[in-house]
Design a protein around this ligand. Sequence first.
Ligand SMILES: Cc1cc2nc3c(=O)[nH]c(=O)nc-3n(C[C@H](O)[C@H](O)[C@H](O)COP(=O)(O)OP(=O)(O)OC[C@H]3O[C@@H](n4cnc5c(N)ncnc54)[C@H](O)[C@@H]3O)c2cc1C
Length: 430
Amino acid sequence: MSWDFETDPAYQRELDWVDQFVREEVEPVDMVIDHAWDLGDPVRQALIPPLQEQVRARGLWATNLGPHLGGAGYGQVKLALLNEILGRSHSAPIVFGCQAPDSGNAEILARYGTDELKRRYLEPLLRNDIVSAYSMTEPAGGSDPTGFVTRAELDGGEWVINGEKWFTSHANFASFLVLLAVTDPEVERHRRLSMFIVPVDTPGVEILRNVGVYGHPEDKGTHSYIRYTDVRIPADHLLGGRGDGFVVAQTRLGGGRIHHAMRTVGLVKQALVMMCERALSRTTQGETLARKQLVQAMIADSWIQLEQFRLLVLRTAWRIDEYDDYERVRGDISAVKAAMPKVLHDVASRAVQIHGSLGVSHEMPFASMVLESFHMGLADGATEVHQIALARQLLKDHRPAEGLFPSGHLLARREAARERFADVLAAAGG
Ligand SMILES: Cc1cc2nc3c(=O)[nH]c(=O)nc-3n(C[C@H](O)[C@H](O)[C@H](O)COP(=O)(O)OP(=O)(O)OC[C@H]3O[C@@H](n4cnc5c(N)ncnc54)[C@H](O)[C@@H]3O)c2cc1C
């Protein structure tokens, strides 16, 4: 038997250190900086790099990456347990060097970049001397990449890019963009796109505006609407082969999705902990909220949803480690991705309700967690798209019934059983 739900004691000691470090050193930083990815913010630059040094000294820097990239190569299960802690803080992922979208972009660069691209972009990215962005979604729609129109054409040994991208998170802080563009419009739909590195300071890259999400200050948006006009980049800035855009994208999106889910477990846990504290602290009709059965049901349902989701995330992480092949776990990742927004939404909403008027106010984090659940249902693909992907994969293992009635039709099964056990039934007088 190999089922095991224990954490190795040595690693648990590391997790305990992380838990305390995040609570005492990182969470207070969240309260005084606007955006941990903003390398131009002097407050951020004064507070975050010293914390990153402590993480490096502890050997916990970028543990998602293999030793060849300066990480510990802990694998996804250990990363899941770590991310459960980091997920409750805005700054913690960048303090530990495993933040999106840089971790996924680093994977792409490590796997597909030339030595020169790695020297120029990957090395400073891994040190968090720079940050990056991922430019895929287009203003006319993100759910169907086969409909993208941003073009990259070869001209005199350079790629020339024209088009627009929408909701490129952190482009306003980034040094380079990982861009998906159409190179071969006439071929089969899934071979039309290719992936590129585009330095942000290349002439023709224009951020039209930085879109803010609801609940955040309107003038501090971080999801860029970008126009690319005759942007010329060297031929070697193509990542992977021409037409490999979908394959390369899966390299980063698979990992990115499961990492979001790991962090979401942390956020949901935090909502549940706060919900329990409030239920035990607030009194009405002479007793605490914790003694009201309807409140107890909310707490129990939240724990059940959280633990179901957590187990799905950990099992998927385990399968990624086991197979080392994202293709084999695509369905698992889609399942996790589709489950994630609902768990966060439901638990955060109950936390709002149990906190009453305080719960909807700016003074507690729950309303923004509820909104965050909608982000989770869109970023890296809409929930419906993942439900469809999962269902299609599941259906591949099934066949239509041979006759008019389903193979589980009770009448037919009963008849077959009667025939099989006719002797026994006859002997028993049945
Ligand atoms: C917080 C956040 C960060 C993001 N960061 C990035 C980023 O860094 N880089 C980037 O490129 N993009 C980013 N995105 C964009 C994200 O990838 C897109 O929002 C997503 O792919 C959906 O595309 P869309 O918004 O254009 O919605 P649309 O494609 O217009 O879809 C709208 C809705 O239609 C429904 N729908 C779509 N397809 C189907 C279907 N097949 N069946 C049934 N219903 C369907 C779904 O309800 C979907 O939400 C981010 C989004 C968010 C919210």
